[in-house]
Ligand binder design. Structure first.
Ligand code: M7G
Length: 311
């Protein structure tokens, strides 16, 4: 992995730059910036009708494969010397592709919810009891309040990303599709990030799971781990496999990330390990209907406001 730069990137080749909003983004403003991750979230307008777009830019890690290093330390890299003193020198180096590539994610047209999702905001801890879920969260999760899961249906129906599928079990009850998450650049194995999307459409989140779903969960764990080991050589004890609660997208899915990678949303305030979920349900079938779920939400989020118990 990470050593296939000979082939032009299929993703780049496919983009119709005339239609693509990237170079037509007007008045970009920063929604959030994570300097240590070299990551910036921007909002801008596109086109005559000024539709909203969210653009996420992330500088890629160095390509430390032998080929990557060769191209870095080549004459193609321009150097501007900043300091020279005895045996010490510093430079601003301007290498050529792939070292200068920026992972770019575009959401267009973006909804107000997307802009809110990527805007830096104060966060707070929320405790949602089983009753809160039934009385507040579930009624809140009406279509207009949640993100569309059209992209999930496109994957399950093979209308999008079918060439990226790593594994599929087509069974309607316990089947799923495993594929790389949008956040992964597919190059750096240390930041490996895949996702299992279940074929069935009736499960929104952890809250819907009980003992009837154990065969589904065990199938995803076993076959997901096997497929990742086979394709990427990453063994199961190197994987963090978990649900998000709350998720952004309410169609049941499971995250598979490399434990070497501090993936966003992998901390105790959002991640629930698949092994723990399986065991909790084995102890008590309605565990996730009864359990008080603690999560971190944004201060101005409508669901957070509805669930907040202290002013
Ligand atoms: P989540 O917990 O519902 O949302 O996980 P969040 O972590 O974004 O808050 C959904 C996962 O699906 C995230 O890890 C996303 O990066 C990933 N994802 C979202 N979209 C829209 C896509 C997509 O179109 N394709 C792929 N492959 N992954 C996506």
């Amino acid at each position: 992995m990470g050593e296939e730069e000979d082939e032009p990137s299929p993703k780049l080749a496919k983009i119709d730059v005339e239609l693509h909003p990237f170079h037509r983004l007007k008045n970009p403003v920063v929604l959030n910036e994570v300097k240590e991750k070299k990551l910036v979230f921007l909002h801008g307008k596109v086109g005559e009708d000024n539709k909203d777009a969210v653009v996420i830019l992330e500088k890629r890690p160095f390509d430390t494969s032998p080929k990557g290093l060769k191209s870095l330390f080549s004459e193609e890299t321009k150097l501007r010397q900043d300091l020279l003193n005895d045996i010490y020198s510093t430079y601003a180096a301007v290498p050529t592709s792939p070292h200068t590539e920026i992972k770019t994610t575009v959401i267009y047209p973006a909804t107000t919810k997307h802009i809110e999702k990527y805007t830096k905001q104060e966060v707070e801890v929320i405790e949602e009891t089983g009753d809160d879920y039934k009385q507040i969260t579930l009624p809140y999760l009406k279509e207009e309040n949640r993100f569309s899961v059209q992209w999930v249906f496109n994957i399950l129906d093979k209308k999008s990303e079918s060439e990226r599928i790593v594994f599929e079990d087509p069974d309607p009850e316990i089947g799923f599709i495993l594929l790389p998450d949008m956040k992964w650049d597919l190059k750096d194995i240390e930041s490996l990030y895949l996702m299992a999307l279940v074929h069935r459409h009736d499960l929104k989140s952890l809250r819907d799971l009980n003992k009837d779903h154990l065969p589904l969960l065990k199938n995803i764990k076993q076959r997901g781990e096997d497929a990742i080991q086979e394709k990427y050589g990453v063994k199961k004890h190197k994987l963090r496999i978990y649900f998000h609660y709350q998720p952004s997208y309410y169609h049941l899915h499971i995250h598979f990330t490399n434990i070497a990678f501090d993936a966003p949303g992998s901390s105790v305030t959002r991640a629930h390990l698949l092994t723990d979920v399986i065991e909790n349900i084995e102890f008590m079938s309605d565990y996730y209907q009864k359990k008080t779920m603690t999560f971190v939400g944004k201060r101005d989020d409508k669901l957070v406001t509805a669930l907040r118990k202290t002013p």
